[in-house]
Design a protein around this ligand. Sequence first.
Ligand SMILES: [Zn+2]
Length: 151
Amino acid sequence: MSEYYCSRCRFELGYSRELPSVALLESNYHKVKHQKHTVLSTAERLQSIFTDPSTSAIRRDLEEALLHGPMEIDDKGRINFYATSTGITGHRYEWGTLVQSQDMTKVVLSTSATLRHAFPESSFRLGAATCAKCGQSIFKGSTATLTSTGE
Ligand SMILES: [Zn+2]
């Protein structure tokens, strides 16, 4: 089970993060990840696609998550951050079919500047999560709803 911490508590616990000092798509790894989260493929079982694929928009969300966002420590000890105030960030697809709109950006593998990357995530999935330190609810919850496929 993941543990979640609100932004205030994660800073109190000492989890601050430096911003990336280089271009977002510096490495091939980052280019592959960027493509996976911006170009829809019917061959992918699960894909979350950014509404705005520009690196400037993704960088804005990534910076918000690193600077201000709540934190997750997952069951493998990996530390992830969320940008929660940016509105609809993208959509989730399964085998190329739209499943759900996404209202946050998740930054995974945050401890490594070379592996760190961002993708859209839904607060609906994490809706009940509360801060493991102070107990306050962290995510917006049920704001992400299924949208029509006609957009
Ligand atoms: Zn807290």
